[in-house]
Design a binder for this molecule. Structure first.
Ligand code: ATP
Ligand code: MG
Length: 146
């Protein structure tokens, strides 16, 4: 049982400690109370999304939005960076996959982050949605059933 508000606050603290100066906006919808989840795993998943927004978002502001969406807790991390071209989007959750274009291979990574996110979310009976547009940014939403 995770109290959502407190979970988000400690998560953002951890992220700030890991990555220093990053501009991050956090929104939470009030009627979210708690969710049943493995705290460590859920934290790992969201930290992976924040890490990607920081690494690939090209100095853009990062947004995190937490809300109740029907019977799901929705956690969204968004950036206004270069985005992921359409043709690569279906692969980004694959093990070891990294987008082969743009300046992204200069950024270190193993291509496992989003793979882990998907596995973690699956283990909770949840879903992940990716919306990304070249030149406009990337938005990843994790949905966990209440
Ligand atoms: P790791 O997370 O293991 O350190 P990684 O970041 O390369 O490595 P993933 O997190 O799985 O791996 O992401 C896969 C690929 O998707 C990245 O290499 C990058 O090309 C692309 N990608 C992920 N998030 C974003 C984003 N917010 N903006 C643009 N591209 C992204
Ligand atoms: Mg990553």
């Amino acid at each position: 049982r995770i109290p959502v508000q407190e979970f988000c606050m400690s998560l953002l603290e951890t992220f700030a400690r890991q990555s220093g100066e990053v501009e991050l906006s956090f929104y939470k919808v009030e009627d979210v109370d708690h969710v049943w989840a493995d705290r460590f795993l859920l934290e790992t998943a969201v930290l992976n999304l924040l890490d990607n927004a920081r690494k690939y978002g090209g100095q853009s502001q990062i947004f995190m939005h937490v809300a109740k969406s029907g019977s799901w807790l929705s956690l969204t991390v968004a950036d206004e960076g270069p985005g992921i071209p359409d043709r690569f989007q279906k692969y980004v959750f694959d093990k070891f996959y990294r987008v082969p274009e743009g300046n992204r291979h200069e950024v270190k990574g193993s291509g496992l982050g989003l793979f882990h996110v998907r596995e973690i979310v699956k283990a909770h009976g949840g879903k992940v949605k990716l919306i990304s547009e070249s030149g406009r940014g990337t938005k990843v939403t994790v949905l966990i059933p209440f």
